[in-house]
Write a protein that binds this ligand. Structure first.
Ligand code: KG4
Ligand code: ZN
Length: 340
């Protein structure tokens, strides 16, 4: 079975073709980062228009890369939410229309389920059950995963998502949008001993997060200590250490609470090297295992949508003709799939 996957929920156009026997046959990505950089964040209307320009050419490029024609495609998966409504509508409309024209089923994929399943694209995929740490630009969630579509929310951010906190703090340090990866790079030349930022909500029980206070803490530190390059690097380091430590503390708690021995991390922030290292060390010390996707499959991409779509198509799911997208869509509302 070969599935075309289309991702347009935010500021990347991702297209991929996944074959359930041969794996990934094609994978194309166009990032709109430059388009939005001048505005310091994603401008939804510009994002939608750019998806209109890029999606069809990317599909053509993916088909050429895989050496396939439409008759080789058995289904079309598109991201139907959560995300920006106009951006979602572009991929959903194109995906639904192609499926109709090619006379194959279409399937509406949940963006966060795509992220959650992305580590399954790697050589050593995680077995169920596991705790999933979903850390993206819009979400920070801990989830108990006992099967596909068997998701129980254990905790989430009550304000900014981890990626959002990275981006806002990066902006404060003078870095362009999306500053997360650049802040992380800057932190490498920062000192771990100069500043210590708080670990929010770790002094009380529970698995929720709060990251908005950290950017205020960073702003106050800049005000008191200046913004020369070394100070900025030291602040970046203190900020990153605080986020990573906080995530690790809550992951440990979630593992203790569920009794699970596997931890899966997914979403843009799971590309963060310090976080990957910290959680790998933590899981090794506990005698458990950590799983994450290669960095390009941590951030938004078409491969994770093709994969999640394939799993759901195999389970008999398909989207009807009306194009429906959901800017907000709780992961827990997804139906259960019995066979992984
Ligand atoms: O999953 P994603 O690509 O898009 C959403 O679904 O939101 O996540 C994007 C987020 C951004 O906030 C970006 O700054 C952050 O992930 N990010 C990182 C790193 N790479 C991406 N944050 C910290 N360190 C990184 N290496
Ligand atoms: Zn995402």
């Amino acid at each position: 079975m070969r599935i075309l996957g289309i991702e347009t929920s935010c500021d990347e156009t991702g297209v991929a073709i996944y074959d359930d026997e041969r794996g990934l046959l094609a994978d194309r990505l166009y990032s709109q980062v430059k388009l939005h950089a001048d505005y310091g964040g994603v401008v939804p209307e510009l994002a939608s228009r750019d998806h209109v320009r890029k999606t069809v050419p990317l599909i053509q490029a993916a088909m050429a890369q895989a050496g396939l024609t439409p008759k080789d495609i058995d289904g079309v998966a598109y991201t139907a939410g959560p995300g920006l409504i106009g951006a979602l509508l572009v991929g959903a409309t194109i995906g639904r229309s192609l499926a109709m024209a090619w006379n194959v089923p279409a399937v509406a994929v949940h963006h966060m389920e795509g992220h959650l399943l992305a580590p399954m694209l790697e050589d050593n995929p995680p077995a169920f059950p596991f705790v999933a740490l979903l850390v993206s630009g819009g979400h920070t969630q801990l989830i108990s995963v006992t099967g596909i579509g068997q998701y129980q929310l254990l905790g989430e951010s009550i304000d900014d998502a981890a990626g959002e906190a990275f981006d806002k703090t990066a902006k404060l340090l003078g870095l362009d949008y999306p500053g997360g990866p650049m802040l992380s790079k800057m932190a490498q030349s920062g000192s771990a001993d100069r500043f210590t930022f708080p670990r929010p909500m770790t002094d009380r029980p529970g698995l929720d997060f709060s990251f908005s206070g950290l950017k205020t803490y960073a702003a106050n530190t800049v005000r008191q200590s200046g913004d020369d390059e070394q100070t900025k690097a030291d602040i970046a380091r203190a900020f990153e250490d605080a986020v990573v430590d906080t995530l690790a503390i809550k992951c440990r708690r979630a593992l203790d609470q569920t009794g699970f021995t596997r931890l899966v991390m997914a979403g843009g922030v799971s590309a963060n090297r310090t976080l990957r290292k910290k959680l790998a060390e933590m899981m090794a010390a506990r005698g458990g295992e950590v799983f994450y996707a290669r960095p390009e499959f941590c951030t938004d991409n078409g491969a994770m949508i093709a994969y999640a779509g394939m799993v759901r198509l195999k389970a008999g799911e398909h989207a009807d003709l009306p194009v429906i997208v959901r800017p907000r869509w709780p992961l827990e509302e997804l139906p259960q799939v019995s066979a992984g």
